[in-house]
Design a protein around this ligand. Structure first.
Ligand code: AMP
Length: 133
């Protein structure tokens, strides 16, 4: 059975897309720790990120780098933090989160509640910066 992220990639479930190429897809996390919190996923469905072969893992990281630089242009921050957890959705993904301090990466912290309009505006702004690169 397809994962929820595969259904997002195929368009069967909506998402706030921020970047896409032939192999990878990036979209806003619906329970963000910060504005701009993004997930990067391979279109190829694999549960555990370290089961990706070396070439695909490297390509995913390079794609995530481009997305992170676009996020940082939209949401100036000290750094864009990166995390891999994957205990909730069994489809490999990288979290990219604009951070000012270490505690901004604590996943048990309360999540932001954003409106559909806010998500759309954030996604459009990151997409714009990503596509300029
Ligand atoms: P984890 O597998 O622990 O890395 O967590 C999965 C992440 O996916 C969580 O931060 C969720 O908020 C996020 N998530 C789950 N379903 C969706 C969805 N339909 N759209 C966007 N983000 C999602």
């Amino acid at each position: 059975m397809a994962t929820i992220f595969s259904k997002i990639i195929s368009g069967d479930i909506p998402s706030y897309k921020v970047a896409e190429d032939e192999r990878f897809y990036a979209f806003l996390d619906i329970n963000p720790l910060a504005k701009g919190h993004t997930l990067v996923v391979p279109k190829h469905e694999v549960d555990y990120i370290f089961d990706l072969d070396d070439e695909e893992l490297a390509a995913m990281q390079i794609f995530a780098k481009r997305v992170a630089l676009a996020i940082q242009q939209v949401f100036p921050c000290r750094k864009v933090g990166q995390a891999v957890i994957g205990l909730e959705v069994p489809h490999a993904h990288i979290h990219l989160i604009p951070i000012q301090r270490e505690s901004d990466m604590i996943f048990s912290h309360p999540k932001l509640k954003l409106s559909d309009e806010e998500f759309k505006a954030i996604a459009a702004a990151i997409w714009q910066k990503w596509s300029e690169r």
